[in-house]
Design a protein around this ligand. Structure first.
Ligand code: AR6
Length: 178
């Protein structure tokens, strides 16, 4: 794995709603009208302006992404993406890959340089964190090769256990020869 690309990745544990970055990514549902988990936390902190703007978007298919303002968040924008409900079928991986690709594409197209991701689909949607972590990191590294303007991607994990999964995987990439 290209070491210069890996240097752009950060991992941290905590609340993504506090991140002062160009965009935080929301693990939303297809309605884009809010929910529980990280989606609920982002809407609570952003305030009602976010929901108002989301209402104008007409939802979002699974695997795709949409961008809004950040309202009362420290982040300038929210990129809303819809992860798959885990089923164990190959389509899960394609859809989760799409979430990371399409979120980063929106960031690049909007000249954003720093993006923070939660562990999309790893809460109520049930995606195993070990598999989801590989998809998140591999897809992001591949994308960053094509988008040099993005200089920081932060994976913000909510639990120490999830943080450890990301730490171990990124460490394994740093020590591998490929
Ligand atoms: N900061 C960072 N990560 C968080 C936070 C936070 N404030 N809160 C939760 N997490 P989930 P999903 C972690 O369930 O699985 C919503 O109702 C959490 O521990 O939020 O994609 C939507 O409206 C987990 O690791 O999202 C959808 O209906 C990760 O964020 C549905 O849930 C994602 O958990 C989407 O489910």
């Amino acid at each position: 794995m290209d070491k210069k690309i890996l240097e752009k990745l950060e991992i941290s544990q905590g609340d993504i709603t506090l991140m002062d970055v160009d965009a935080i990514v929301n693990a939303a549902n297809t309605s884009l009208l809010g929910g529980g988990g990280v989606d609920g936390a982002i809407h609570r902190t952003a305030g009602p302006g976010l929901l108002e703007e989301c209402r104008t978007l007409g939802g979002c298919p699974t695997g795709e992404a949409r961008i809004t303002g950040g309202y009362n968040l420290a982040a300038r924008h929210v990129i809303h993406t819809v992860g798959p409900v885990y089923s164990g079928k190959p389509r899960d991986k394609a859809l989760l890959t799409g979430c990371y690709q399409n979120s980063l594409r929106l960031a690049a197209d909007n000249n954003l340089t720093s993006v923070a991701f939660p562990a999309i689909s790893c809460g109520v949607y049930g995606y195993p964190i070990e598999e989801a972590c590989k998809i998140a990191v591999d897809t992001t590294c591949l994308f960053l090769k094509t988008a040099p303007a993005i200089t920081r991607v932060i994976f913000m994990l909510f639990s120490p256990k999830d943080l450890k999964v990301y730490e171990d995987y990124i460490e394994s990439l740093k020590t591998s020869d490929t």
